[in-house]
Design a protein around this ligand. Structure first.
Ligand code: PMT
Length: 400
């Protein structure tokens, strides 16, 4: 993507890396971009508005309640002007405010008011980067469709060594100039995500610990790769990734019905949902009472959604998931063959901090003629690697 004539709003926040902002502005303008700078109060302690005005050729915006600045270009106008909002450096404090929707200064207000593509280049001490609160905020921002640039690792201004350095200005310019990976442009991708809930009576159900995070991460990555994405979602506490369509369901039978309806116009079907294998043979009309010491319920098998879709004539490319606690490879391959899938991604759920209801995962992907181990890490990163594999194998299958 060329940056020529792109309107870039550069938000500079208060960290030592703010001294690199003039160089970043110069490199952006050298690519032909129109740059306007928004400086937070603390950033102005590290870099002067005058130097940023000189290199950008535009007045620097600093305060929300500045009558003169508002008269020249109001903050809503500024938010609409931007094609790209780039926040570099972004401190831990700014990331926290953005993640929680606070709008107590000009930059955070613009973030809420803009529809521009947002990039954030964090910069902070390595321990602050690792802090659980920062990692939670990072996860919220990524789930909202924001692209993070870095941070880099190495020696820091405070003398520590670790992750938290802002990417170099040239790397930032390159990252936002690279066309978004559009490997799935125009394709229809349907993803099942989260758990299903199978009722026992009006107040009780059986379910599992799936949070939907893996499926939603894949949905977001597929959308960024250009796909039209539909998520068929069990009950989860996640926001829908921008640009994705979401169909909410509760039970496996509802998920099957929606999956069959969506499969008619689907190129790739990815089943990350942890579907309850059984449901109660009869759902009690009234709350079950504690009338005896034991309770015996009869369960019947739920339909297999993924196998049903994989069996369709001219059906989509199918990708299954397998959460296994033993014999991971053997069980995953068995599901690949038995359900007649194109691919299966196996997670070993005995590994602490990975798999169900966590932000990280490790996946080993199998197909009929090969396999690949993806690097352990954030579900958002794994989603991108998995989709690259899926795109390659989908194209190979189509070309015979
Ligand atoms: O949601 P998270 O908290 O992020 O956790 C992600 C995950 C661990 C749930 C996910 O990565 C995962 O592994 N999902 C599959 C869980 C599983 O155990 O699947 P299974 O072995 O029961 O089923 C194999 C495949 O068939 C899966 O693709 C499943 O969606 C599908 N299936 C299973 C049963 C059924 N009745 N219908 C189905 O479609």
């Amino acid at each position: 993507m060329s940056l020529a004539n792109k309107n870039i709003l550069l938000g500079v926040t208060g960290g030592i890396a703010a001294y690199k902002a003039p160089d970043l502005v110069r490199k952006l303008t050298a690519e032909g971009a129109n740059v306007r700078v928004v400086l937070t109060d603390s950033a102005s302690e590290f870099v002067s508005p005058m130097s940023l005005q000189a290199v950008s050729g535009n007045p620097v915006h600093q305060h929300l309640l500045d009558a003169d600045a508002e008269a020249a270009m109001g903050h809503i106008e500024l938010a609409k002007w931007a094609d790209i909002l780039l926040i570099a450096p972004a401190t831990a404090n700014t990331m926290a405010k953005l993640a929680h929707g606070l709008a107590d200064d000009l930059l955070t207000t613009l973030f809420l008011a803009t529809t521009a593509t947002v990039y954030i280049a964090p910069a902070m001490n390595q321990q602050m980067w690792k802090a659980p609160a920062t990692q939670r905020n990072l996860s919220v921002l990524e789930t909202s469709g924001i692209t993070m640039l870095g941070p880099d690792s190495g020696e820091q201004a405070c003398g520590d060594v670790g992750t938290g350095r802002m990417l170099e200005p040239l790397d930032i310019v390159r990252a936002i100039s690279v066309p978004r990976n559009q490997e799935l442009a125009g394709m229809n991708v349907v993803i099942t995500a989260g758990p299903t809930r199978e009722p026992l009576d009006p107040v009780r159900y059986i379910s599992n610990h799936s949070s939907g995070k893996m499926g939603y991460a894949i949905a977001q990555a597929a959308r960024l790769a250009g796909a039209n994405v539909t998520i068929i979602s069990g009950p989860v506490a996640l926001t829908t990734p921008p640009g994705c369509q979401r169909i909410d369901v509760i039970t496996a039978e509802e998920m099957l019905n929606k999956a069959k309806a969506e499969a008619t116009n689907c190129d790739i079907f990815i089943a990350t949902a942890a579907v309850a294998d059984y449901r109660a043979a009869e759902v009690a009309d009234n709350k079950l009472k504690k009338s005896s010491d034991e309770l015996t319920l009869t369960f019947v098998k739920n339909p297999d959604i993924l196998a049903t879709i994989a069996a369709l004539e001219d059906g989509p490319f199918t990708v299954g998931f397998a959460a296994e606690s033993q014999n991971v490879e053997a069980y995953a391959k068995d599901k690949l063959i038995r359900k007649k899938l194109d691919m299966i991604a196996a997670n070993d759920i005995t590994r602490e901090g990975l798999g169900f209801n966590s932000d990280d995962n490790a996946l080993h992907v199998y197909w009929q003629t090969g396999d690949a181990e993806l690097p352990t890490g954030k579900k958002s990163e794994l989603a991108k690697s998995l989709l690259s594999l899926v795109a390659t194998h989908y194209k190979n299958k189509k070309s015979g």
